[in-house]
Write a protein of this length. Structure first.
Length: 153
């Protein structure tokens, strides 16, 4: 049971890091927008509304945590043969990470009132998130793979 918790914890840490990237970008854009608003007046950006900016930042973090928790849960409780096989583990994590990152599209749709640029960037990020999840899957499942390798030999 300890290895399952360790895998889940590693998945959550990965998710926080994955969600912090778009959340950080949204926070920086919000700060720049607010500074511009203070210096030059209203510019008509949706990020001038603090509520929408909070949706963008907190929603991005929530999507990252969801991705990490789902990957951690799958790697913690999937059959050991799937977790020990690199290609299968990578494929499962790629599909899971790419699919769940569609939540970022929803967050950007709500935060920007349907702005095409952020939604398009979020769509382009879906395969990237899947690829990063697949690449990090071995690190996330390391404790379980190590324990399982000793049991199989």
């Amino acid at each position: 049971m300890g290895t399952s918790r360790a895998v889940l914890r590693r998945g959550l840490v990965f998710g926080l890091r994955a969600g912090a990237i778009p959340a950080g970008v949204c926070a920086v854009l919000w700060v720049v927008t607010m500074v511009t608003w203070c210096l030059y007046g209203p510019g008509g950006s949706t990020l001038e509304d603090p509520a929408l900016a909070a949706v963008a930042v907190l929603g991005s973090l929530a999507v990252g945590v969801l991705i990490g928790a789902a990957i951690g849960l799958v790697l913690a409780y999937a059959p050991l043969r799937l977790v020990a096989s690199g290609p299968l583990r990578g494929l499962v994590c790629f599909l899971l990470g790419g699919t769940l990152s569609s939540g970022e599209v929803v967050v950007m749709t709500e935060a920007t009132d349907g702005g095409y640029g952020p939604i398009f960037v979020a769509l382009l990020a879906m395969p990237v998130v899947g690829a990063v999840a697949a690449a990090r899957s071995r690190d996330i499942a390391a404790t379980r793979i190590g324990a399982g390798g000793r049991l199989l030999t």
